[in-house]
Design a protein around this ligand. Structure first.
Ligand code: KIV
Ligand code: ZN
Length: 502
């Protein structure tokens, strides 16, 4: 049984999804979850692309133990030096450098010939090797490159010191039989191929990223590059949860598995959804809301008799437990902390105190508290940012024959202010009052509300996206009262804008 390495690029290619950019704190949260998930390598960013990416790579490298931390770098000296600067204090590090190899890219984008591209690739792999032992090289647009030339480049970069050669289907053009054959051709034709791990990086433009990656495994690939929920440039990347579960479920076919702790899949998916604001479609394999929902009477009948009749994966395998009643009003701090430990959250004392206080408040409003409620509380705690605005009070008048009115009291820096506004509905009224007190110039791009658990006393979770001067930020708020949750989400996003402005 081979072990296929999982190279997670949620924080780099995933972040290239339109509107999915994450701040350093959010990236660190995702990275910690990826470590719990058991990925082998985390591509934490593209060091030269922005100060935020640089900082994220450094911080993730300093805070995480376990996975190798990687920075992307174009095949340019300044990129490789920047990647090294971000990684130099990280014990397990990798530089991932890339250069296009397809004639289309070389002719129209780079305006150089094949020989020059090969020379740059080799020189930059050599340069990266002067800094780190672990160097990965990607011939970008490999699937539209001439196979003979591709073999030549791969052989040369392995000779130059690359220990992983990654074959990207950059534009998601390939189909499984063809991609599998390409991996086989590399194994047959590149003389020194046994000195490197073959990796694959498939985009999903034709909906084939997972199928292509699996075809590559059948032909000898030893590393898959993927993202949580399959987010990424355009139609996204190979979806981590799908490819991992395909390997696990059909070990009989692949004779291969990964180091992934699959019980962390659902939590990883939810965290990435929450942080990026990109929801998963209900029918998405593995992590969609309907992935384990059986509607047909015939199926339900079979399932009641024997689960394996219609279930190929046990929901618990991906961490989807029947919602468990865990804590209530009388639970103490010790039980709360023990449950957080079981859920894999390690909070500082201050974070724990504040989360416990909020848990007690919630327990007063809500009879039963479930794991999902705890996760909502904790994720608010760990993604807390310095607050220029905080909500002190909110009063709403609304009804069928009432003009919706909101009176909101805010602390703006150190001052307490209050404002009453009318609106089309209670959320509109509250948002108008908040907007006027904070003098925001931002516009609301997205507003989503959903219930975290079942029941009329469930926590409602609101996610908003705000845009100001070309910057987009997301805010979250959770409360048993959805108007309060809406106000919290708006204030959270306004605080993020304030941090960025400062
Ligand atoms: O899709 C692609 O080709 C990439 C490379 C940088 C590996 O993301
Ligand atoms: Zn890519």
């Amino acid at each position: 049984m081979r072990t296929i390495k999982i190279f997670d690029t949620t924080l780099r290619d995933g972040e290239q999804s339109p509107g999915a950019s994450m701040n350093v704190n959010e990236k660190v949260q995702v990275a910690k979850q990826l470590a719990r998930l058991g990925v082998d390598i985390i591509e934490a960013g593209f060091a030269i692309s922005s100060p935020g990416d640089f900082e994220a790579i450094k911080t993730i490298g300093a805070e995480l133990e376990g996975p190798v931390i990687c920075s992307l770098a174009r095949a340019r000296e300044e990129d490789i030096k920047k990647a090294w600067e971000a990684l130099k204090d990280v014990p397990k590090r990798r530089i991932h450098t890339f250069h296009s190899t397809s004639d289309i890219h070389l002719k129209y984008q780079f305006r150089i010939n094949r020989e020059e591209a090969l020379k740059r690739s080799v020189n930059m792999v050599k340069l990266a090797r002067t800094f780190v032992e672990d160097v990965e090289f990607s011939p970008m647009d490999a699937t539209r490159s001439d196979t003979g030339y591709l073999c030549e480049v791969i052989e040369a970069v392995i000779d130059a010191g690359a220990s992983t050669v990654n074959i990207p289907d950059t534009v998601g053009y390939s189909i499984p039989s063809e991609f599998g054959a390409l991996i086989k051709a590399l194994r047959d034709r590149v003389k020194n191929i046994d000195k490197a791990v073959i990796s694959v990086h498939c985009h999903n433009d034709l909906g084939l990223a997972v199928a292509n990656s699996l075809a590559a495994v059948l032909n000898g690939a030893g590393q898959i590059e993927c993202t949580v929920n399959g987010i990424g440039e355009r139609a996204g990347n190979c979806s981590m949860e799908e490819v991992v579960m395909a390997l696990r479920t059909r070990r009989d076919i692949f004779n291969a598995d990964t180091n992934i702790n699959t019980e962390e899949i659902m939590r990883s998916s939810r965290l990435v959804t929450k942080i990026t604001g990109m929801s998963v479609q209900p029918n998405k394999a593995i992590v969609g809301d309907n992935a384990f929902a059986h509607e047909s009477g015939i199926h339900q009948d079979g399932l009641l008799k024997e689960k394996s009749t219609y279930e190929i994966i046990k929901p618990e395998t991906i961490g989807l437990h029947k919602t468990k009643l865990i804590l209530g009003k009388h639970s103490g701090r010790h039980a709360f902390k023990a449950r957080l430990d079981e859920l894999g959250y390690k909070l500082s004392d201050t974070e724990l105190n504040s989360a416990f206080e909020r848990f007690k408040k919630l327990a007063d409003q809500k009879k039963n508290i479930y794991d999902e409620d705890i996760e909502a509380l904790v994720s608010e705690e760990v993604t807390r940012i310095p607050e220029s605005y905080s909500i002190i009070d909110l009063n709403i008048v609304a009804g069928i024959n009432q003009k919706p009115t909101a009176t909101v009291k805010l602390r703006v820096d150190e001052e307490l202010i209050e404002k009453t506004e009318h609106g089309d509905g209670p959320v509109d009224a509250a948002y108008k009052a908040i907007a006027s007190m904070t003098n925001t110039k931002s516009s609301l791009l997205k507003f989503e509300v959903k219930s975290i658990t079942g029941g009329t006393d469930a926590l409602g979770e609101v996610m908003v996206s705000l845009e100001e001067g070309g910057r987009v930020v997301r805010g979250h708020g959770a409360d048993t009262d959805i108007i309060v949750a809406s106000a919290k989400a708006y204030i959270n996003a306004l605080n993020k804008l304030a941090v960025r402005r400062k």
